[in-house]
Design a protein around this ligand. Structure first.
Ligand SMILES: [Zn+2]
Length: 108
């Protein structure tokens, strides 16, 4: 496996980070954030987990506002049209585009 073709994803559903091949990115759509690299463990907000907590009502992990700015690969997400639009704040993700995206996921 060529490491250059691997992308790091963060799942908003499970709170896990994992690598997938670039070709498979589309399968992960809007419930995942593509990361440029693994978040630094020294972040005071998330300690490298990339999330700061869980939205209990909607059942997804809230991305760290500091790390999402630093590590989210917005270009990759745009080029594959994985995200509806670049979220302005985490509140936007929670209340608008993400909630809409969640409804489209089978079984949610
Ligand atoms: Zn962080």
């Amino acid at each position: 496996m060529n490491p250059k073709n691997l992308k790091l994803l963060f799942s908003l559903i499970t709170g896990d980070m994992f690598y997938v091949e670039e070709d498979e990115l589309r399968n992960f759509a809007t419930s995942h954030v593509i990361l440029k690299e693994k978040p630094n463990g020294s972040c005071k907000k998330c300690y490298g987990r990339f999330y700061i907590g869980k939205e209990v009502h909607k059942n997804y992990y809230i991305p760290c506002p500091r790390c999402i700015k630093k590590y989210a690969d917005w270009d990759a997400m745009k080029s594959d049209s994985l995200m509806v639009e670049q979220p302005r704040t985490t509140t936007d993700i929670a209340d608008k585009s993400f909630a809409d995206a969640m409804k489209k996921i089978p079984g949610m």
